[in-house]
Design a protein around this ligand. Structure first.
Ligand code: SF4
Length: 311
């Protein structure tokens, strides 16, 4: 068993909590922190980095360098792993966990860095070694490691964004979701999500959001949406938290139906955040948005007809 610190700078990201829960489930002692402070000398530090700005942050760069100089080990994961060579070049950690990390990270912690381990990148001298991609991780996992002060944070008004499904059918050129999680939707079981919602509430979370690219794709199969699955999800989440404390803001303009909009009004705070991106259909086409300005306008009108606020 290892003592492991997971550092998620500034906020407890869902990914950091998820990895914490997976490692705890594998028998490790895990501390989750959002403070950029040094862990015990010689220990194992996992950095969950969600912004390329972290790569340039002097406090993070110093922490990694100093920890390694004190015989510590540093692994970096999270969205920055989309560019593993850049992470290695900027931060020089012991390894980068590339892509979905929950299965890779257990092997990395227990077996160490090896070119036989899929889904990692590391430096061999000056040469960056990127091993073959790991297969998509199982969507079933233990409860996340939820800190007791989760209620103190606000990410767009929510204590946390809960992962209900992975992947997006979209192909927006600027977006990491389909590149990180793929374009096939993988949905978690409702019972597992609701157990997690209850655990967040028990730890003091006041508001929760649905994450996963486009919320209403929850339950989709073979490119077909399943509005009933999404409506059940919102209803059951609201049953735990209360409808004023649930949001499902991020939705594609082409992933709404009247039933979905009614459910969002009934079971959430009643806001929808469309990724409108541009008022030019030409620009939307260039960025692979998959929607025209006319379709965006129509979606906004439909939301207003259902008494929803649009951002
Ligand atoms: S629709 Fe949203 S989540 Fe999907 S690829 Fe586009 S920006 Fe990303």
């Amino acid at each position: 068993m290892d003592d492991i610190t997971i550092l998620s700078p500034g906020i407890y990201t869902y990914g950091a909590m998820l990895i914490g829960g997976v490692l705890r489930g594998a028998g490790h002692r895990v501390t989750l922190t959002r403070a950029v402070t040094a862990p015990p000398a010689g220990s194992l530090l996992l950095m969950s980095l969600f912004s390329t700005q972290h790569l340039l942050d002097p406090a993070i760069r110093d922490l990694i360098r100093n920890h390694r100089e004190r015989d510590g080990t540093v692994y970096v994961g999270g969205p920055v792993s989309a560019a593993p060579e850049m992470v290695l070049g900027e931060l020089a950690p012991d390894a980068v966990v590339v892509g979905e990390g929950e299965e890779t990270v257990i092997r990395l912690v227990e077996e160490g860095v090896s070119d036989a381990l899929p889904g990692i990148a590391f430096l061999d001298g000056d040469r960056a070694v990127v091993t073959p991609s790991a297969p998509p991780a199982s969507i079933d996992r233990p409860l996340p490691l939820i800190p007791d002060d989760i209620g103190s944070q606000s990410v767009r008004g929510a204590s946390a964004y809960i992962e209900t499904h992975r992947g997006c059918i979209g192909g927006c050129t600027f977006c990491q979701v389909p590149r990180f999680f793929g374009r096939t939707i993988r949905s978690r079981k409702i019972a597992s999500i609701i157990e997690e919602v209850k655990a967040f509430a028990a730890h003091g979370a006041t508001r929760l959001s649905v994450s996963g690219g486009t919320g209403s794709l929850y339950g989709s199969r073979d490119g077909e949406m399943d509005p009933e699955a999404f409506i059940t999800l919102l209803r059951d989440m609201a049953g735990v938290m209360g409808p004023r404390n649930i949001s499902s803001p991020d939705i594609r303009v082409d992933c709404i139906t009247d039933e979905i909009l009614d459910a969002i009004r009934q079971y959430t705070i009643g806001w929808i955040f469309f990724g409108i991106e541009s008022g030019s259909s030409r620009v939307l086409r260039l960025m692979g948005k998959g929607a025209t300005v006319a379709e965006v306008r129509e979606a906004v009108e439909r939301c207003r007809e259902h008494n929803l606020k649009v951002a």
